[in-house]
Design a protein. Sequence first.
Length: 159
Amino acid sequence: MAAQHSVIEFRAGELDQVIAEMQMFAREADGRRWVNLAPMVDPDEIATGSRLGRLFSSRGPVIPLATWFPEHTHRGATEPTQLGIAHAAGKDAVPRLAERGVSMPAEWVLVQDHQHRGIVMAIPPWAELDGVVTYVARALVVLSPFDFDGRFQATFSRG
């Protein structure tokens, strides 16, 4: 079965539709649902370098991409909600985000902060989704090596 995708465009202050869809995903979580959140930009208008250069680069993608996986059960074990952010900002992104006023909530657990593979955090089940999406929107602004107009895209995927 091919993955199914639906897209919602939003601004950081207009989260209701995105949150409602994420809540539905969380209720129906089966390990084959995820949400990608990214700045609304035209990739053709962003200088991303050559494909060969990106292949051997020690950094992630120029256009940052956040992925949210809701908590689900896999082989009898509960997999926590996870948030990953792939970016090209280099190593130690979490401390740099904090320096810019985008601090990871204390109850979240940092799993990885790698210059090529990005940031991965485990999020407790009681975390409010508006806080998650607000953190992502603020982090994407800081981690973007280009300016954009504050519009984002949420792609909901069912595998």
